[in-house]
Design a protein around this ligand. Structure first.
Ligand SMILES: *Cc1c(COP(=O)(O)O)cnc(C)c1O
Length: 399
């Protein structure tokens, strides 16, 4: 693949105000203008080279946005106070009352709840479909549909979306393909495969230190500017802007993302193969048994592997809970939601991050009660981790 995401980040070089090797952090909410005329022009939308107010943009946010745009191969990127802040801004920018979304049914629980429940207030409807069934996706597109929404690798079922095919469908109908790429930064570059807008929860792998929530929208310069338009930009007017101090710390963490993704993937593949070898029901895109394995291979940047997430079906919620508690007692990681941390994180998706999805719908999509989602950490000795996990599995009766 032509786009080598990390090479582009590698080429970025910053100089701080006093020659520092890190850019200076912008510690201001508002900015002075040398002339009153410039302030007027800025409000008229001519913001080139001028800062106005930090809800609109700040130097620190622009630096982080620039690096993320380099990563995704898009013209521009905006950063937000959370992944949901990014997602809601994009939806409100692209959809109005009586318009419609076609979305994958296996998406982040918060996004699902936003579309299913909250957007009702604005009569923005969503059809939830099996995103791997292209005929079903196309059949759901109507005259008022504005976007196809999906995750490149879905939460929590790890379904792989065929981004090239979805992009062709979106183009055929003149609508946008919006892709949440939170699970596969660097591994998949959706814009290179035809996505119009790429969203990230920076909270996860990109920041990688579980110390803040943040989000990003990567797309054309025109779209990114429209989101922060002072008159009708959803992000500017709903106000989910990221704080400059956090933008600066996320930019520093982004610099090790390539090393971390390789290790997360290496460790996850190791464990997935071992779990499957034990006869446990394991879902990981790197396994030949995974439905989306070939598709993933065809659209990923191989050097970053198949990602850090895998799921294991413990059969029932009791066993799942016992296993997670036992693993936590053995310092293998944390019984916690979220992902992308240096330690392994595990949660039972059905009763946590996907609990927004009604039980019968969870069943229809194969999200069973005993499903444990693992975000595999950066353990240096994964073989030892596996040996301890085996003991935990035996203790709770899974093996
Ligand atoms: C966590 C997550 C979100 C939401 O991001 P926040 O930063 O928690 O607002 C959206 N999509 C996916 C796939 C996620 O994992």
């Amino acid at each position: 693949m032509a786009h080598k995401p990390f090479n582009n980040i590698q080429d970025l070089q910053y100089f701080g105000e006093f020659g520092g090797v890190n850019p200076s952090i912008s510690d201001s909410s508002t900015y002075t203008f040398l002339s009153a005329k410039t302030m007027f022009d800025t409000f008229e939308g001519n913001t080139e080279g001028c800062y106005l107010y930090s809800r609109h943009s700040s130097p620190s946010n622009l630096y982080l946005g620039e690096a993320l745009a380099q990563m995704e191969g898009t013209e521009a990127a905006n950063v937000y106070a959370s992944g949901m802040g990014a997602i809601s801004s994009v939806i409100f920018q692209l959809c109005a009352t009586d318009e419609h979304i076609v979305s994958s049914r296996t998406i982040y629980g918060g996004t699902y709840a936003l579309m299913k429940n909250f957007l009702k207030k604005f009569r923005i409807g969503t059809s939830f479909v099996d995103i791997t069934d292209l005929e079903a996706v196309e059949a759901a597109i109507g005259p008022n549909t504005k976007m196809i929404y999906c995750e490149s690798v879905s939460n929590p079922l790890l379904e792989v979306a065929d981004l090239k095919a979805l992009s062709a469908l979106a183009k055929k109908h003149g609508i946008a393909l919006v892709v949440d790429n939170t699970f596969s930064p660097l591994g998949i570059a959706p814009a290179q495969l035809g996505a119009d807008v790429v969203i990230h929860s920076l909270t996860k792998f990109i920041n990688g230190s579980s110390d803040c929530v943040a989000g990003a929208v990567c797309g054309t310069t025109e779209f990114c500017l429209s989101l922060k338009d002072v008159n009708d930009g959803a992000a500017m007017l709903l106000g989910s802007t990221l704080d400059s101090l956090r933008a600066a710390s996320i930019l520093k963490n982004l610099r090790t993302l390539h090393l971390r993704m390789k290790k997360h993937s290496e460790n996850a593949l190791y464990l997935a193969q071992k779990f499957e070898g034990l006869g446990l029901r394991t879902v990981y895109p790197g396994l030949a048994s995974h439905k989306g394995h070939a598709l993933m291979k065809g659209q990923m940047n191989a050097e970053y592997g198949f990602g850090g997430l895998l799921t294991l079906d413990a059969g029932n919620l009791e066993t799942a809970n016992a296993l997670m508690e036992e693993m936590q007692r053995n310092n293998l990681g944390y019984l916690a939601v979220s992902l992308g941390f240096y330690k392994t994180l595990f949660s039972a998706s059905g009763s946590s991050t996907s609990s927004e999805i009604p039980e019968e719908e969870r069943e229809a999509m194969g999200l069973s009660d005993g499903l444990v989602r693992f975000s595999i950490g950066l353990d240096n000795d994964i073989e030892r981790t596996y040996q301890i996990m085996l003991q935990c599995m035996e203790k709770v009766g899974l093996l």
